[in-house]
Design a protein around this ligand. Structure first.
Ligand SMILES: [Zn+2]
Length: 257
């Protein structure tokens, strides 16, 4: 499967997934139509499918126009997003498969950022939307810190270490700066910050990351790190915080960073 990153809006990513056997394609989170259309034409593929990770406008904004242009489009989203994802045709529930061309994938239900947030998984490639960003995670609009903790650490965290993670926004530099502020002794964060800063200054993007890299640099997947625990506990002295309480406090710190 070939994956084309399509920068959209200010800092969003859509992704064009191409089945090499059929030249049919799926697009993940088309926030707008024009750049997606351009990529379809450039690669000469037939768009058959939209994969929406969640209902936010900056992930589904192109659905209506694309469906008008390609009436046969199949549009996947979680069953609980019924009525919130424009033109949705497939309402995913536990155990369902996700198909386009000759590609078959699965999905993880990841409540936290929204209640119907999902990650699409095709082999060792996953599309995390606004649940996991490189070195960060989405804000908690519709879920609890406990849900988001499990979505990241149990659901996505249960994938193989070398899974490539394609995320929804280019927030990596800011996220790494926050990560460093709560774990100043983590040299992996410094290394990645230097590498991503160089990438960005040459106009390139930091997507994808890998699960192994996130385990080393993403504070929201490192709630048992002694240094992160010490940073967080200094904010709530006298408390012996559980891993999920550390997660909750980290998320609050990030909101105000
Ligand atoms: Zn969102």
């Amino acid at each position: 499967m070939e994956i084309i990153t399509i920068p959209c809006l200010e800092d969003n990513f859509a992704y064009l997934l191409i089945c090499p056997n059929t030249q049919q394609a799926a697009v993940v989170d088309p926030s707008e139509t024009a750049p997606v259309q351009k990529a379809i034409e450039k690669h000469g593929v037939e768009l058959t499918t939209i994969l929406n990770t969640h209902h936010h406008w900056d992930h589904v904004g192109g659905n209506k126009e694309l469906k008008a242009k390609y009436p046969e489009l199949i549009i996947y989203g979680h069953e609980s997003d019924r009525g919130r994802i424009p033109e949705q045709t497939v309402f995913l529930k536990s155990g369902d498969e996700v198909c386009f061309g000759e590609q078959t994938g699965t999905f993880l239900h990841n409540p936290g950022h929204t209640s119907g947030a999902i990650t699409f998984v095709f082999g060792k490639t996953a599309f995390t939307g606004d649940t996991l960003f490189a070195a960060g995670c989405g804000r908690l609009f519709e879920g609890t810190p406990e849900q988001m903790h499990d979505s990241l650490n149990i659901q996505i965290g249960g994938l193989p270490d070398d899974t490539e993670l394609y995320f929804g926004h280019e927030y990596t530099v800011a996220n790494l700066r926050f990560a460093l502020s709560v774990e100043t002794g983590n040299t992996e964060i410094n290394k990645k910050l230097a590498a991503v800063t160089t990438l960005r200054s040459s106009g390139k993007f930091s997507t994808p990351t890998t699960l192994a890299e996130e385990r080393r640099t993403n504070p929201f997947m490192r709630c048992s790190s002694a240094e992160i625990c010490a940073t967080v506990t200094s904010r709530e002295p006298g408390h012996n915080l559980s891993e999920k309480e550390v997660f909750r406090t980290l998320r609050e710190l990030k909101n105000n960073f």
